[in-house]
Design a binder for this molecule. Sequence first.
Ligand code: ATP
Ligand code: MG
Length: 576
Amino acid sequence: MKASKYILPTEKENPADAVVASHRLMIRAGLVRKSSAGLYFFLPMGLRILKKIERIVREEMDATGALECELPILTPSDFWEQSGRWTAMGKEMFRVKDRHDLSYALGPTHEESFSYLIKPILKSYKDLPVNVYQIHTKFRDEIRPRFGVIRSREFIMKDAYSFNLDETSLDESYQSMRAAYRRIFDRCGLKTIPVQADSGSMGGSASEEFMVVSPIGEETLLLCNSCGYSSNSEKTPSILAAEKVPSSLPERKEISTPGKKTIEEVCALLGISAKETIKAVALRSEKKNVLVFLRGDLELNVHKLHSLLKIADSEPMTDSEMKELGLVPGFVAPIAPNDKIKVLFDRSLQKDIPYVAGAGKQDLHIQGFILEKEISGLPEFADLALAREGDFCPNCNSALKAEKGIEVGHIFKLGEKYTKAFGISVLDQNGKSRTLTMGCYGIGVNRTMATVIEQRNDDKGIFWPISIAPFEVTLVSITKGEEQYAKADEFYNVLKNEGIEIFWDDRDLGPGFKLKDSELVGFPIRITVGKKFFESGEISLYNRKSDQEESFVFSDFEDLVARVEALRQELFAGLE
Ligand code: ATP
Ligand code: MG
C-alpha cells in the first residue's frame, strides 16, 4: 500500500475532548474519527487493526470447537419479554419501532437471541455441548460514553454462548474459554489479569473478568502478591483484622449532634475515628426496604447485598421514604429486623463493644451503644462491606493490593436463567427431559484495540505488537526526482512481492514529517531509504518497540528480506 493513495489524516495536536492516551492517539494517528457521542468512524488504518484482532479471536475460538454464527442486530421485543429483560435492561438498551408499531432493541448482548435460535435445534444429549458465537456490532446507550472506543455506544463484541447438559460440562466449556482468552490476549500483546467477578443475583455460579491494569480503569481490583488471588472488589470478601477499637466514649448516653448527619461530621464534632461509629445505609428495592449497618469507616458493597437478598437492583431511599418508615435521616439508630424493614449488620461490627450510633431522633446520637445490649434477637452478621487495599487475602491472609482495571473480556456461568425462560431442554441418556445450563463469554474487540494502545505508547506515539499492527513494515523513502523515486519503488515492489506486509510512505513530504508519522502510527518495523542511500548506499532498519535503529550498506534484496524477516520473527517471539 502506498501512502500517496491512502487516507491517513494524522494530527499534530491532541483532540480537546480526549482525556486518555488511547483516545488521543487513535485520533492523532488517523485510525478513527468521532461521529458523535460514543460513535466512531473507523478509517482504513484503524480498521486493519480491528480486523486483525477479530482474526485472532476467530482463530482461537474456532480452535476450541466453537461455531461462528451471525444473528440480526435488531432483536424483537418478544425475546426480551420472555427473559424479563425488556424492562430490566432499562435505558441502556436502544429501542426502535417498525412501521407496524412492533418494538425491537438494537442488541446490547445476545443471550435471548441465541437461546431462541438454539432451542429448536438441540434435541438430544448427543447434540451437546455446543458453543456458538459471533463477532458483531453491539449497541448500548451508555450513561457516560467516554475514553473513545473504550466505552462507546456502538462497538464490536465477540460473544459466545455455551449450552451444556450439566455443571461438569459447563465447567469444561468455561475452562476452555478461559484458556482461549489467555491465548487471544497474549497474541494481541495485551497483558490481562483474570479476576473473580460478581456473578449477580440471578443464579450465575462463577464469573471472571479479564482486566487490563490501568490508572484509567473504572473497576477496582484486589490482588494478592503472595498467593496470586485476584478479584474485582465487587466480589472480594471483606476480611478485616478483628479489631476491638477501644471506644473513646464508652459511657452510654445521648449526645447532641445538631445537623451532623454524616460519619465525617460526627467524628469531627466528637474527635473520634470513623471506626468507632456505626454507619446506616437505607435502600429500597422493588420488593424490600433494606437497612444495613456497617462500621463507620467502610462502604456498603451493593453487589454483595443484591446476591444475599437475591434482588437485581436497589436504590438509596429518599428522605421522605425513610420518614414514612419512621426513620430519621442522618440519625438512624440500629434496630432489630421487623415486618417493614429487612435489617442487616455487616460482620465488621462487633456486638460487644461500644460505638457511636444514630439515636433515631433528630440531632441526636448515642455513645456507648453496644449492639447485643441494645437489640434483642440480633441476626447473623453478614459480609456486606466493600473490601479495600490492606484487607486480608481470603486465601492466605496477606495484605491485598488495589489496582484500577479496565475489563476487556468476561466469562460467566449463567446457570439456567435463560434455558428456563426459553424452555431449552433435551432428552438425556435415560430419555428424560433435562433443562440445559448455559455459559456466556464476551470480548470487546474495539476496547481490546484501545487498551493495547494504553499499554503500548510513548511520547512519539503507538508501538503496535506485530500481530495486530496495521502493517508489519513501513518503508519511508526520501527521494528527489523521478530516478530516485523509481529506485524506492523497486524497494517497495520487491519487498511486497516477497510477501512482506508493507506500507510505503511515498508522499512528497520532508523526512522529519514522514519519520514522525511512522512513529506516531506505530509500525513495528521501518526501513528508511533516503539521502544516505543515494549518496553511499546506506539504509536503516528501525525497531519501533525498542526504539533501536540499525544502519547498514544495502547489498542485495535477499539480505534485506532476511534482516526484516529476522526482526519480524523476533517481534512475534516477544509476544509469547
Ligand atoms: P462494563 O462494566 O465496562 O460496562 P460490561 O460488564 O457491561 O462492561 P459485558 O456485558 O460483560 O460488559 O460485555 C463484554 C465485553 O464487551 C466487555 O468485557 C467489554 O470488553 C466490552 N464492552 C462492554 N461495554 C462496552 C462499551 N460500551 N464499549 C466498548 N466495549 C464494551
Ligand atoms: Mg456495561
